[in-house]
Design a protein around this ligand. Structure first.
Ligand SMILES: Cc1ncc(COP(=O)(O)O)c(C=O)c1O
Ligand SMILES: N[C@@H](CCCC[NH3+])C(=O)O
Length: 419
């Protein structure tokens, strides 16, 4: 069941009409559905139900809003974090420290110490010097840091180049061929409790084959590490499962993914960990916007909406497609370009798109905006930071305020020597 659907010609988020939210909170605004978040969390877990003991660490970079994290914490999810800021959020949302995994290619010593002092469950080491530093910091505290080594399997994930992470030339992990030697050196350090490996080859994957190839490499590595005498008890298979962005698009489901994982990890005898992000949050949110103007264009009119690339960066960054739908469609269609107010031609959400006909003042949504939406927002062009709303049945709450340009200006200073 879609939790963003029409009733009597108006779009609702669960049981709340989007025009009500627009009138009360203003636009642009992100709107999330709690029921959808919960459904996705449940379906992902069910997809992996044949695998025995698993750990689910929601990749909070996808949507780190505290209310969203609380929903997922209540569903038994831990967190995959990539900065001290994300770690602070996961803890603040009530995620138990031992359910938190710390990934990221540029963790600072301070962040490593923060993770240790918080008692997090696992560090995913991205390279040898990081492991050495973590071992030192842990040893000084009389601790052994639970850790796994992230390997780069040199697999083309078949997704957008900017969100591929598993090719040899990408910055993530250690080359899988170098992994046995690095693993052996790190495993010998007294401050580390090295217990396995991690992998993550990219995001928005629409084909499971690259993942299966990568997991097969991990399987061979596990055998090699065990043959060298290492105890391998944990393997983190990362995230990356894609979601449909276009109506009618069909992608592998969590159940398909689970079947592949079951096949690929047969006989591994480890606790598997997963870091889903987009598949949990992507289709649980829309960006609600208002049409400001409809302006003639050379081939098609420009629909200028009040959301812009600073609110939803994905189209400008990755040429990403987000379905656009009127909140109260008339039934008419139009071919139009859709753009925001920011002074860049890249601030264009769609060109020559067949959309619901809209005019000045109409409300519309960009769909599938729950992941990598608000979290990538900025205040470029001195625009406000976009607010977020969580709907739960017939109630809703503003879960992140709109931060006005004036408030942001309040953090700036003109030094007195600049008279
Ligand atoms: C290490 C790591 N884990 C998990 C994820 C989540 O990925 P996705 O949102 O595609 O599931 C990412 C982002 O791609 C990541 O870098
Ligand atoms: N920000 C990207 C995903 C990056 C995933 C981070 N590892 C997107 O919007 O699709």
């Amino acid at each position: 069941m879609d939790h963003f659907s029409y009733r009597d010609g108006r779009m609702f988020a669960e049981d709340v009409a989007l025009d009500t939210i627009a009138a009360e909170v203003g636009t642009p605004v992100y709107v999330y559905s709690r029921a959808t978040l919960e459904r996705h969390a449940r379906v992902f877990r069910e997809g992996l139900s044949g695998l025995g003991k698993i750990h689910l660490a929601y990749a909070i970079k996808a949507n780190p809003n505290l209310a969203v994290l609380r929903v997922l914490a209540n569903m038994g999810y831990g967190a995959d974090v990539v900065s001290g800021g994300e770690l602070a959020r996961a803890l603040a949302a009530g995620m138990p420290a031992h359910d938190i995994v710390f990934s990221g290619v540029g963790k600072t010593r301070e962040e490593l110490a923060f993770g240790l002092d918080s008692g997090i469950g696992q560090f995913n080491l991205e390279h040898e010097p990081e492991g050495v530093a973590l071992a030192e910091i842990a040893h000084q505290r009389g601790l052994r840091a639970p850790a796994v080594l992230r390997v780069n399997p040199d697999v083309d994930a078949g997704t957008h180049a900017k969100i591929s992470t598993g090719k040899a030339d990408n910055k993530f992990g250690v080359a899988i061929a170098d992994a046995p030697a690095i693993y052996a050196r790190l495993a010998a350090l007294p401050g580390l409790a090295l217990r396995g490996v991690a992998i993550h080859i990219g995001s928005q994957l629409g084909d499971l084959r690259p993942l299966e190839t990568a997991y097969a490499s991990v399987g061979r590595l596990i055998a090699e590490l065990r043959a060298a005498g290492h105890e391998i008890s944990h393997v983190d298979l990362g995230g990356g499962l894609g979601v449909p962005y276009r109506e009618g698009e069909s992608l592998p489901s969590p159940a398909d993914y689970g079947a592949m994982v079951t096949r690929a990890t047969k006989g591994w005898d480890v606790e598997l960990m997963f870091e889903p992000g987009r598949v949990i949050a992507g289709n649980a949110g829309v960006l609600l916007t208002k049409v400001l103007w409809v302006k003639p264009g050379v081939r098609h009119p420009y629909v200028i909406v009040d959301a812009a690339m600073n609110d939803l960066a994905r189209p400008a960054l990755y040429d990403a497609w987000h379905d656009f739908a009127a909140v109260a469609p008339s039934g008419e269609r139009m071919i139009a370009n859709i753009a925001g107010p920011v002074c860049e031609s890249g601030d264009t959400f769609a060109m020559a798109r067949d959309i619901d006909a809209v005019g000045e003042g109409d409300l519309a949504v960009f769909r599938t905006a729950g992941a990598y939406g608000a979290t990538m927002a900025s205040t470029y062009n001195s625009r406000a930071l976009v607010p977020e709303v969580l709907v739960d049945g017939d109630r809703y709450a503003v879960v992140a305020d709109r931060i006005a340009a004036q408030t942001i200006m309040g953090a700036e200073r003109v030094p007195d020597w600049l008279t």
